[in-house]
Write a protein that binds this ligand. Structure first.
Ligand code: SF4
Length: 254
């Protein structure tokens, strides 16, 4: 849709990008669909794998999680998505930097966004909620602002659009997803929407208002973001979570 809408502008270059988490039977086929689509649209396609980023493939991370949990109290009770989410965020930033992107468009839909908002709120994580993309009004220095053009569009409508256009789609669930908090949230959001249509939009509107109030309350006071002492990425701690997890992985292989 981006290619249809702005692809012809001479001041815009669109590059398609995917992160390869290294999950057999799940990511490889969907990467192929993305590659095929980019090719049919005559746009460049780039990908970055967790291995290239210095992590391990997610299939390998999952194997090592019991050892890591044994070695570190902080890692006890973590699910695969706890690792994957951190690695993906860093990989997306690296991907944007690799192609020197001015803006990064993410493919999250209304359902994804509503689930994320609910998960953050139920954990009391307001800071994290207000930092959710899009970042157009509050860009973070050193990062390509993220936009989420499909965030008001329900997942089912995106499916319907893709089917009607004959776009290549891979249907499948991540084998490491069971037990993840998002699964719970997905069920709750679906049930809320079934009982009160519009609930997903309501959650997004609520976040927009919280963001606004938060901005007003903080005024010019910056949130506590700094740069990781090891990799230089933006973080709220001296060493970012990605570097800590990378260290855990290195130790677990010894
Ligand atoms: S479900 Fe979890 S482990 Fe699987 S790709 Fe998504 S974040 Fe990664």
């Amino acid at each position: 849709m981006l290619v249809d809408i702005i692809g012809k502008r001479r001041d815009v270059k669109i590059i398609a990008g995917c992160v390869d988490e290294g999950i057999d039977g799940y990511r490889s086929p969907s990467l192929e669909c993305a590659r095929e689509l980019a090719e049919s649209l005559s746009i460049e396609f780039v990908s970055l794998s967790y291995e290239e980023m210095g992590y391990e493939r997610m299939d390998e991370v999952v194997q090592r999680m019991p050892i890591i949990a044994n070695n570190h109290d902080e890692a006890k009770g973590m699910m695969p998505c706890s690792y994957c989410g951190v690695f993906r965020r860093q990989s997306l930033n690296a991907l944007a930097e690799k192609v020197q992107a001015d803006v990064m468009a993410l493919g999250h839909n209304l359902d994804d966004m509503a689930q994320s908002i609910l998960m953050n709120l139920q954990k009391g994580e307001i800071e994290r909620s207000v930092r959710l993309a899009p970042h157009t009004d509050t860009p973070i220095e050193g990062l390509a602002p993220r936009i989420v053009p499909l965030r008001w569009v329900p997942e089912q409508e995106i499916h319907a659009y893709a089917f009607s256009k004959g776009l290549p789609i891979h249907h499948g669930d991540c084998p490491h997803a069971p037990g993840a908090m998002r699964q719970q949230s997905r069920a709750i959001v679906a049930s809320l929407e079934a009982q009160s249509p519009g609930a997903r939009h309501g959650l997004l509107h609520a976040l927009e208002q919280i963001r606004e109030l938060y901005r007003e309350a903080r005024g010019s006071h910056q949130s506590d973001v700094t740069n990781c002492q090891q990799c230089g990425e933006i973080t709220s701690r001296p060493i970012c979570q990605s570097c800590i997890m990378k260290q855990w992985l290195t130790e677990s292989s010894q």
